[in-house]
Design a protein around this ligand. Structure first.
Ligand SMILES: NC(=O)c1ccc[n+]([C@@H]2O[C@H](COP(=O)([O-])OP(=O)(O)OC[C@H]3O[C@@H](n4cnc5c(N)ncnc54)[C@H](O)[C@@H]3O)[C@@H](O)[C@H]2O)c1
Length: 441
């Protein structure tokens, strides 16, 4: 079976490489010629553990190729995945411009039956529009080609994307109830996972589209929930890690996503919660919980800036702050909507000089951040800084040489926004230590 993936970002590239690893013939297309040229030279545009090997192996085997010729790629695929970005517009709605553009490309170029699959996270009802956009273009050229539209939302986590593709918790496939042909093709496409006993949710299109938003909104809710609990802990002398453990041991709740911190970020949760709130309102039923989750997340980011300010006597103006971790989470170079970006911008705005280090996001940082000093490692960042802030919990920050850090800092102040150190240890090491929702603060 020939598969085409349009949009070669985190999702498209992982899916393209993953399906080719199943033995399928895959073409990945993207309008970004530079990205395609790089991929053809074997250079990956993103950092994702294990992806370089997976891509190289399948390119070498002749199963995976890259092109900027979207029209040709569309003609070669029985299944065409739409995996382009769906950013948030200013009003919180989802900008589906790229999805429309690809859909129209499909209508203009398809030359036989195909199954068009929305992999991008798109508001409920978008698959219906995809069908209309394709049909309009087919009609415009007098074509009577038959096609199916299905929804197959992506649940991968950046940093663990290969494992999530190969061993997903579930695969969700939404098709029109009477479209047995599309269902059969997509089941066949995922046969290796079927044989693995991966759970499949075969449903209609709106349910598949909504399941992605419901899942992300729920995970974001857990994060905002525990962050509010952390705030309460700070008021009453509690320890949010004990409370989270007590909660998480209840199997109905589970211990995942109950880590207090600077709030959620990344390319998905912020825009997907905004989108869910927006389209729910459009449907005449506001999504009250999600609206609160968004507000709490904003407040949490602000509270983290306040924490830094409080640790340096209320004023960062003229001071130097070391920041460790810029990506929105470890094991990725993705800085989209990272809490670190907000915190760095706020500190710079208030007159601080920032010295920052991230194991993978330095190239992104150079493009995305206001002028700050980008350092080659954690220790260089600490040099002559008035305080150290840990924003993203990369493993290499968990065991810093504290003596060395202390000797490099002007003042031994450590603000740990991910609770990766023990307050007692840090206090014994002579630090003024601040964390989130623990009795030290
Ligand atoms: N990144 C994640 O962890 C993740 C997880 C689940 C779902 N998603 C969803 O998947 C979608 C893609 O996300 P991403 O992070 O891979 O985005 P991305 O920005 O990394 O990649 C999108 C790619 O699409 C390309 N593109 C845009 N318009 C195009 C067109 N008309 N034709 C061909 N290519 C085009 C861009 O050049 C870019 O390379 C989004 O809807 C996102 O919400 C992302």
């Amino acid at each position: 079976m020939n598969v085409t993936v349009i949009g070669t970002g985190y999702v498209g590239l992982v899916n393209g490489a993953g399906f080719s690893e199943f033995g399928l013939q895959v073409v990945c297309a993207d309008t970004d010629q530079e990205k395609i040229d790089g991929l053809r030279r074997g250079e990956l545009p993103i950092y994702e553990p294990g992806l370089d090997d997976l891509v190289a192996r399948n390119v070498k085997a002749g199963r995976l190729s890259f092109t900027a010729d979207t029209a040709e790629a569309i003609r070669s695929g029985l299944v065409v995945f739409i995996a382009v970005g769906t950013p948030a517009a200013d009003d919180g709605s989802t900008d589906t411009r790229f999805v429309e553009s690809v859909s129209r490309d499909i209508g203009r170029n398809a030359d036989g039956y195909l199954v068009v699959v929305t992999k991008s996270t798109v508001p409920v009802g978008t698959a219906r529009k995809v069908r209309e956009w394709i049909q309009e273009e087919l009609d415009a050229r007098g074509s009577r080609i038959n096609f199916s539209v299905a929804s197959n939302p992506e649940f991968l986590r950046e940093g663990a994307a290969i494992a999530d593709f190969m061993r997903p918790d579930r695969v969700v496939i939404g098709t029109d109830p009477d479209d047995s042909q599309a269902r059969a093709i997509l089941k066949d496409l995922y046969r290796p996972l079927y044989l693995n006993e991966t759970p499949f949710v075969l449903t209609n299109v709106p349910s598949a589209e909504l399941s992605k938003y419901a899942a992300n909104a729920f995970l974001a809710t857990k994060i905002s929930f525990i962050n509010e609990v952390a705030g309460l802990c700070e008021k009453v002398g509690g320890n949010v890690q004990s409370v989270a453990r007590a909660m998480g041991l209840d199997r109905r709740i589970g211990n995942k996503f109950l880590h207090a911190g600077p709030g959620f970020g990344g390319s998905c949760f912020p825009k997907d919660t905004l989108s869910a709130a927006y389209f729910s309102k459009q449907l005449g039923q506001s999504f009250e919980i999600v609206e609160a989750v968004i507000r709490v997340n904003r407040r949490q980011r602000q509270a983290m800036v306040e924490k830094v300010l409080a640790a340096v006597e209320g004023d960062v103006s003229g001071k130097t702050i070391a920041v460790l971790g810029l990506s929105f989470k470890p094991e990725t170079d993705d800085m989209r909507d990272s809490p670190a970006v907000y915190i760095v911008e706020e500190l710079v705005e208030r007159g601080a000089s920032v010295r920052a280090y991230d194991p993978q996001a330095m190239a992104e940082a150079e493009k995305e951040l206001p002028p700050i000093t980008l350092c080659k490692d954690a220790y260089e960042a600490c040099q002559d800084a008035d305080a150290l802030v840990i924003v993203t919990e990369w493993n290499q920050f968990r065991m810093l040489d504290l003596e060395r850090v202390k000797s490099l800092l002007r003042k031994p102040i450590l603000i740990d926004l991910r609770n990766i150190y023990e307050p007692d240890t840090l206090r014994e090491a002579g630090f003024h230590y601040v964390s989130v929702g623990r009795p030290d603060c």
